[in-house]
Structures are given as structure tokens and as C-alpha cells.
Design a protein around this ligand. Structure first.
Ligand SMILES: NC(=O)c1ccc[n+]([C@@H]2O[C@H](COP(=O)([O-])OP(=O)(O)OC[C@H]3O[C@@H](n4cnc5c(N)ncnc54)[C@H](O)[C@@H]3O)[C@@H](O)[C@H]2O)c1
Length: 332
């Protein structure tokens, strides 16, 4: 049985990758400091003998070494990051540390332990706010926030480690990911869970500016598919590729789709536009098709229907019991 380390595995995207790996009979180790991740995203895996949760940071090199050795890790899915543009502007040092130093630790300790394959989360933020659409991988990177700079830096580090250590590192530039287990409650909640939770309560949906700005929303199962393909793809070493749906939609249209899909009576309210907001963002996914065989299966209506159903069920459920999960699992 092969062992995969998922950093940030208690977060939105990481926990969904964990679930898919366990279904495919991998042994899965999660390393997460729970800074934004939550135990209720993984509590249902805790009784699976192939699953281990370790509370700790990718900044802890001793812990990383110990995990690689103890569990004979053969592949890493590196999702851990301070994943907020706003936080990176307020506290750039923490973002640079967690995202760049943390990623360097992952690459370095993987190289040292002979683990060749790392798939890591990059972001469409590396493209900046230029008008070109769709975004293609060969375009010049133009990061506009410390967060985006950290993602661009990870990509450069990845290429360097591939050259120096014959590693197979693949970067996935996620566009706007949505789906089950995304946190609607954080200060910097993404638009889809924020809209859905408000719509389910018939509260107004706030839109910044005219709502005609467009985004490429990609459903979580398509992102998981890309990660699984990345862990096994041949001839993809050093590639950094777009993971989106390949189409885009305006935020106003999205709000209407959520209201329709949830049977809500919410109104839409407009707020002042955010300065520097990207106008249009859409992924060209030809390269991910060619390199990974990636084929997104969720049009927005289908993904939104699944997501609304998940949040509706969650609103009706009692808080999960996670007491036993609080103990970190010791490693040698
Ligand atoms: N959600 C999106 O639309 C999106 C878009 C582009 C890129 N990304 C990237 O995808 C990855 C996952 O994002 P997400 O949306 O699941 O966010 P998330 O905040 O839900 O997940 C990040 C996880 O990393 C953990 N973490 C943070 N710092 C850590 C550290 N030092 N050591 C160990 N764990 C740490 C957090 O506790 C959390 O569980 C991130 O790298 C993010 O930058 C996400």
C-alpha cells in the first residue's frame, strides 16, 4: 500500500483529496496546523486504519523528517498555505513564511528522503489583473499581492528542485474552487459558500461593484481529479498548469443561479467595487488536458446543485463530535 502525505489535509481542498485517496486504498497521513483547517472536515476518517492525522506545521522540519521516515511516504499532496490574499496584505511575513519556507521544506525533505513526487497548490492569482482571457500558462506572471508572489515563488522553486534533484513536482494553478466543506464562516469566505449560506437563510447577497466581473468556478471533484492525475502522471515534471472549468460566469449571474438553485427569496445588494479587482478570469485548460488527461465533469449548474444540497444538509445537522480527534498522533 502506498502512503501519501497531504499537507493542509484538514482544509477545504485537502480534506476532499484525502477522501478520494482513502477510497482508492492509499494510506494517508495528514499534516495540518489547524490554523484555518477544521477537525470536522476529517473526523469521519479517524476510524479508518489507513488514516493518520498529525497536528503540526510544514515549518517544523524535524516533524516532516520524522513523518517521511516513519510512514515511508512515497508522494506528497501539498495543499497547506495561508490561502488568503487579504491576510497576505495585512501580514505578509506570515504568508511568506508559511507558503514559501513551508514549501521549500516540503521539497527539500522530499528530496532528502527520496520521495520523488510532489503535487502542490498554486493559484490563478499568479497571472495578476491583466485583461487577457483565457489565461494561458505561458503568459508572463504578474502577481499583485504577497499571496500571489508566494505562489509564483513556489513554482520557481519547483522547477529548480526538479532540475537539481530529478524530482517530479507538479504545480496546479487552481482557479475559483467551490464545493462541499468550503468554510463559509471565515472573514475572507469565498463567494460561492458565502452566497449559498446567505441564500439558504433568505438573507441578501452582497455584490461588490456591478457584478459583471467574471470568474472561472471549478467544482471540487474536478480539482480532486486533477490532483489524483498529478500524483501519477508521466512526463509532467516541473509543469505548472491551470485547473479550472474552462468557462466563466459573472458574479451577478452566479448570485441569480444560487438564488434559483436554492429556491431562495434573497435579494441582491450592490456594494462599492473593490479597488484593483480582477475583471475577467478564465482558465485555458488545453495544457492540463494534454499533460494530465484532465477533463472537468461539472458544469456550474451541476456543481452548484451538489454544493447547495451539501450546505442545506449541513445546516440541518448537529455539530460533529470530534473529541477524540483533538489528540495529535505521535510520530517517532
Ligand atoms: N480555494 C480556492 O479557490 C483556491 C484557489 C487557488 C489556490 N488555492 C490553494 O489551495 C490550497 C488549499 O486551499 P483551501 O481553499 O483548501 O484553503 P484552506 O484554508 O481550507 O486549507 C489550507 C489548509 O492548510 C493548513 N495550514 C496553513 N498553514 C499551515 C502550516 N504552516 N502547516 C500545516 N498546515 C497549514 C490550514 O489549517 C488549512 O487546513 C492552498 O494552498 C491555497 O492557496 C485555493
Amino acid at each position: 500500500m502506498q502512503t501519501i502525505l497531504v499537507t493542509g489535509g484538514a482544509g477545504f481542498i485537502g480534506s476532499n483529496i484525502v477522501e478520494a485517496l482513502l477510497k482508492r486504498d492509499y494510506r494517508v497521513i495528514v499534516l495540518d496546523d489547524l490554523s484555518t483547517g477544521r477537525l470536522d472536515t476529517i473526523d469521519h476518517f479517524l476510524h479508518n486504519p489507513n488514516f493518520t492525522f498529525i497536528r503540526g506545521s510544514v515549518l517544523d522540519r524535524g516533524l516532516l523528517r520524522s513523518i517521511m521516515k516513519t510512514y515511508q511516504v512515497c508522494g506528497i499532496s501539498h495543499q497547506a498555505a495561508i490561502a488568503s490574499v487579504t491576510k497576505s496584505i495585512l501580514d505578509p511575513v506570515s504568508s511568506v513564511e508559511a507558503n514559501i519556507t513551508g514549501t521549500t521544506n516540503i521539497f527539500d525533505i522530499a528530496a532528502e528522503s527520496c520521495c520523488r513526487r510532489v503535487v502542490f497548490a498554486s493559484s490563478c492569482a499568479v497571472y495578476g489583473d491583466g485583461p487577457e482571457s483565457p489565461k494561458q500558462e505561458q503568459m508572463r506572471l504578474d502577481p499583485k499581492s504577497p499571496y500571489a508572489v508566494t505562489k509564483a515563488a513556489k513554482e520557481m522553486l519547483a522547477r529548480t528542485f526538479c532540475q537539481l534533484h530529478a524530482m517530479e513536482i507538479i504545480g496546479l494553478r487552481y482557479f475559483n474552487v467551490y464545493g462541499r466543506r468550503q468554510n463559509p464562516g471565515s472573514d475572507y469566505a469565498a463567494v460561492v459558500p458565502a452566497f449559498i449560506t446567505k441564500a439558504l437563510r433568505n438573507e441578501p447577497l452582497p455584490i461588490e461593484g456591478d457584478g459583471l466581473q467574471t470568474r472561472d468556478f471549478v467544482y471540487i471533484d474536478d480539482v480532486v481529479q486533477a490532483n489524483l492525475l498529478g500524483l501519477t502522471a508521466k512526463n509532467a515534471s516541473g509543469a505548472c498548469i491551470n485547473i479550472g472549468s474552462g468557462s466563466s460566469i459573472g458574479i451577478l449571474e452566479l448570485a441569480h443561479a444560487v438564488i434559483r438553485g436554492s429556491g431562495s427569496s434573497s435579494l441582491i445588494v450592490h456594494r462599492p467595487a473593490r479597488p484593483g479587482d480582477v475583471r475577467d478570469s478564465r482558465a485555458d485548460i488545453e495544457r492540463s488536458r494534454a499533460i494530465l488527461g484532465y477533463a472537468p465533469a461539472y458544469a456550474l449548474d451541476k456543481g452548484l446543485a451538489e454544493t447547495v444540497a451539501w450546505y442545506r444538509a449541513r445546516e440541518q445537522k448537529k455539530p460533529a463530535q470530534v473529541a477524540a480527534a483533538m489528540q495529535p498522533v505521535p510520530v517517532e
